[in-house]
Every structure is written in structure tokens, then in C-alpha cells.
Design a protein around this ligand. Structure first.
Ligand SMILES: Cc1cc2nc3c(=O)[nH]c(=O)nc-3n(C[C@H](O)[C@H](O)[C@H](O)COP(=O)(O)O)c2cc1C
Length: 367
């Protein structure tokens, strides 16, 4: 039997994938009026339909879930209609697409919130650093308001409502719950941001409670076979830390098993900016052993490193972020061993077609 590689088909919950090359979620800050996907959004994802699975940029579950300019939502009829056009275009070109659903929690500013109120979080602990507030430039992260215990279940329902809109109104194939990179769910998980003394704070089981309630609500709404979860156990982005990532995320992986999710997606870089922080112990191998469903690994992978990770059994699929920005036909380039286009970092966030939909694909090979 030949070894599994990036081109071995695989089933992920409700969807059958022709390859194991996943497009990682990437915020591109190009949504139109009303934070709605535009014609360019449709074209961008359509160009990348040969990915085994596309996971879209993070998408707001509610009007108060935003923390960056021009990021799309999935809480209005117009937004769902915009995502319907994206889903239809990707499907017409033979692809599959999940959307990543998020609430940013403390990584926000009153200017992004419809009523101008303070951002919310598990605890009133501000992130160190600054955020980009459009015309106001860079401003310090504000101190968030700690959610009351009684308010929290409504936030889980926001994720479930967003998932329903994504799957039933927009026709997307599923959703990825964004529990990584220091946003609301991750803020509940890690003890650097969660100092609560109620049922949502303290022990690892209590800190995982919000993620479990979100996963339960979303799975109930659209079926667990259309739901994935993304985690970043060792990530430090957005001023995140935890005193014992292995204990916390080991518990999370175990507690997610009974849902029968489509996948678990873990960021634990092997190179580049997402590399493991110095001195950190890798947690992905532990999660791989504990989690019973399909396991996606991400962070600094090349084609060769991806094939090696699959052959070693470190993961079932590999997701690629930056390589998909510059290479709409990344799958074909990997297949042919062709060189990759260099991504233009100056156009990662914001702007229009430049650096978004204008990267060249390879010429087709003569039959
Ligand atoms: C421009 C940009 C935007 C990103 N936006 C998101 C996002 O919305 N959600 C998320 O979970 N990760 C986001 N990420 C992280 C990527 O999904 C991925 O984890 C990271 O790029 C490492 O993978 P890579 O080395 O293959 O690029 C973003 C990364 C980049 C470069």
C-alpha cells in the first residue's frame, strides 16, 4: 500500500475531498458595504476552488463581533446572499467551502461596535498592544467588559444562528468555529485572559465550557458533520498565554470527541511567524493522539513538509495559508512541482483586486 500524501482523497464529515490540501482561513479586509462579500470575494474564492477544502476568512457572527475594518459578517440577509454567490461559484468549479465563524471579544474597539460600547470578554483584561482603528490609526486595545454569567449562553446561540445562515441560507458546506488566535472563545480557554470565578473560569473544564456550549449549539443547528473547530494551543498572537497548554488543550480535544465533528484544525507552526514560541512544548502531537476524528495541521508547511506530516501520521490533512494568497492554483503547482508566486505582504489586508485576484495561474498543460 502506498503512503498517504497530499493527493490522497479523504472524507471530512459530510464532504468528500479529492485532496488533502486545505486553504487556511485568512482575513483579507475587503468586504463591501454592510460587511458583505463582493464580486471580488466571489472571484477570489472561485480561483481557489481546486483546494481540497476552502475555509474562508473569519466571518462575524453578529454586528458586535467585529474587530477589524471591512471584515465580512454572516448575520444579515444581504451577507448570506453574498456568501451564497461565493458558495455557488466555488461549487460550480468543483470545490468545497466552509466559513470560519468568529467573535473577536476583547480584540476590538467601541468604534467597531454598533452601539459604541466597550468590547466584551471573559474578564476585564486588556490585550497589550494596539489595534488598527481605520482613520484613527493605531490605538491601544481598550479594557473589555467582563460578561455576566447570564449573558454567556446568548453568545453560543449567535454562533449557532450564524452557522444556520451559512449552511441553509448561503449554501456553504459547513463552518469552522474559530477558537484560535486570541479571539472570544480562545479568551475563555486560556488562563491569561480568563480570571472568572463562575462556571466558565478556573478549572480547564470550566474554561472549556464556553467552547463546548458553542460546539453543542452549532452541531445541533447544522449537524456535527458540517462543523470543525480551530485551536492554537501555543499561539501568542493577540497577547495570549496559558499556564499549561497541554493540560487545557488535551482536555478540549477529549471533550470534543463525542460530537463527531468533521475535523479538528490545529495551528502549531513548524516555521515562519507561526513557529512554536521559544521554549514551548509542542501540543499538536498530543491532540493528534487524543482526537478521534480528521486532524488538520497548519503553520509554515511546504509541499514536502506536508507530505511528510501525512506519511508520518502527524495529521490527516494540511492547511496552507500564505501559499494560497499568491497561488490560486496551489494544488496544480504542488502536483507539477512548479515554482510558487511570491505573495505581496503589502496587500494582505485591505484594498481591491491587486494582491487579491490578480496572481497568475500556470498555463494549462497541453493534453
Ligand atoms: C493575511 C492573513 C490573514 C489571516 N486571517 C486568519 C483568520 O481570519 N482566521 C484564522 O484562524 N487565521 C488567520 N490567519 C492565520 C492562517 O490561517 C495560518 O494559520 C497562518 O498563515 C499560518 O499558515 P501558513 O504558514 O500556511 O501561512 C491569517 C494569516 C494571514 C497571513
Amino acid at each position: 500500500m502506498s503512503a498517504v500524501d497530499l493527493f490522497t482523497p479523504v472524507r471530512l464529515g459530510a464532504v468528500e475531498l479529492p485532496n488533502r490540501i486545505v486553504m487556511a482561513p485568512m482575513t483579507r479586509s475587503r468586504a463591501g458595504a454592510g460587511n458583505t462579500p463582493t464580486d471580488l470575494t466571489v472571484e477570489y474564492y472561485r480561483q481557489r476552488a481546486s483546494a481540497g477544502l476552502i475555509i474562508t476568512e473569519a466571518t462575524q457572527v453578529s454586528a458586535d463581533a467585529q474587530g477589524y475594518p471591512d471584515t465580512p459578517g454572516i448575520h444579515t440577509v444581504e451577507q448570506a446572499a453574498g456568501w451564497r454567490r461565493v458558495a455557488d461559484a466555488v461549487h460550480a468549479d468543483g470545490g468545497r467551502i466552509f466559513t470560519q465563524i468568529w467573535h473577536v471579544g476583547r480584540i476590538s474597539h467601541p468604534m467597531f461596535r454598533p452601539d459604541g460600547s466597550q468590547p466584551v470578554a471573559p474578564s476585564a483584561i486588556a490585550a497589550r498592544g494596539e489595534l488598527y482603528a481605520g482613520a484613527a490609526g493605531m490605538v491601544p486595545f481598550p479594557v473589555p467588559r467582563a460578561l455576566e454569567t447570564a449573558e454567556i449562553p446568548a453568545y453560543a446561540r449567535l454562533f449557532a444562528d450564524a452557522a444556520k445562515r451559512a449552511v441553509f441560507d448561503a449554501g456553504l458546506d459547513g463552518v469552522e468555529i474559530h477558537a484560535a488566535n486570541g479571539y472570544l472563545i480562545d479568551q475563555f480557554l486560556r488562563d491569561g485572559t480568563n480570571a472568572r470565578t463562575d462556571a466558565y473560569g478556573g478549572s480547564v473544564a470550566n474554561r472549556a465550557r464556553f467552547l463546548m456550549e458553542v460546539t453543542e449549539a452549532v452541531s445541533h443547528a447544522v449537524g456535527a458533520q458540517r462543523v470543525g473547530v480551530r485551536l492554537s494551543p501555543n499561539g501568542t498572537f493577540n497577547d495570549m498565554k496559558d499556564s499549561d497548554p497541554a493540560a487545557l488543550f488535551g482536555h478540549v480535544a477529549e471533550a470534543l470527541n463525542p460530537f463527531g465533528l468533521a475535523f479538528l484544525h490545529v495551528i502549531e507552526g513548524i516555521g515562519g511567524p507561526q513557529a512554536l514560541p521559544e521554549g514551548a512544548t509542542p501540543v499538536a502531537p498530543l491532540l493528534r493522539r487524543i482526537f478521534k476524528g480528521p486532524f488538520i495541521i497548519n503553520g509554515g508547511f511546504t509541499r514536502e513538509a506536508g507530505d511528510a506530516a501525512l506519511a508520518n501520521g502527524d495529521a490527516d490533512l494540511v492547511s496552507f495559508g500564505v501559499p494560497f494568497i499568491g497561488n490560486p492554483d496551489l494544488v496544480e503547482r504542488f502536483k507539477r512541482g512548479a515554482p510558487l508566486n511570491e505573495p505581496d505582504r503589502g496587500t494582505f489586508y485591505g484594498g481591491a483586486a491587486k494582491g487579491y485576484t490578480d496572481y497568475p495561474a500556470l498555463e494549462p498543460v497541453e493534453a
